[in-house]
Write a protein that binds this ligand. Sequence first.
Ligand code: XIL
Length: 297
Amino acid sequence: MRADLLGDGGYAGAVARLFDSVTPENELKWEVTESQPGHFDFASADRVVGFARRHGLSVRGHVLVWQNQLPAWVADGSLGRDALVAAMRRHIRALVGRYRGRIAEWDVVNEALAEDGGPRRTVFYDTIGPRYLEMAFRIAHRADPGARLVYNDYGVEGLGPKGDALFALVRRLVRDRVPIDAVGLQGHLTTAPVPGLAAQLRRLAALGVDVELTELDVRLPDAAGADALAAQAAAYARVVGACRAVARCRRVTFWGLDDADSFIDSAYPGYGRATLLDGDLRPKPAYRAVLAALRGR
Ligand code: XIL
């Protein structure tokens, strides 16, 4: 959810009424919380966390270590290895420490895998080396031993090179006793079925971690007609149903409340209408399909 829309009663009311958990969409990202080294700004994040508390919603913390939406002083690669490790430690401790007991779960590392399943070349990987990932989890765990820690990525929802790489990564983290509690599959999807979704959920759960859909949306081509809304509803129902069928798949989070605030239109030009509610907050067929899938019908 977004702090800048909290003043909109329709938006805020719908979030509070429909959900029991929220994710700040941008408010906890590094460029927002620590735009200058060691200078933290939690004003927007506090607004979301405060809203959640008033309405009895839990908060997913998104995100601690990610290569996007970084401030220039981190992104430009000017920090050497020790300085970047120290910056990462300070950043993680500041965020996790501040919200200890209020943010129950964190996306610790986001999108560390490249499309071919290899490691993504980021400032963290290039400067620190592959171990930055487990370092981040250990730092977060020490900052709040009670927080649930998540590895989050996209394009890993099914079987295939990247989905297989995710499985291998999580298996290694578990084997090395890295404090990881869950895997987040973002789920920025089209209406096409995801090959191997059920198998991926099952084999990840079998490693002894929880699984969740963390950023679900199903985009439609702009020109698509009314039948596209039915295909979208079916796609949503398939994904939510697949999660429901696996005991360790514990949560589905939707990215954007409604078609007016979704990031899809800008991230995927030519696509839109990806969420459960239309731009006037009216339920779409997808909304009813998700409710039915959650109830197991
Ligand atoms: C997106 C936000 O929705 C946009 O508002 C922002 O401009 C860019 O980031 N994967 C993630 C999210 O993990 O943080 C991204 O959120 C969408 C893709």
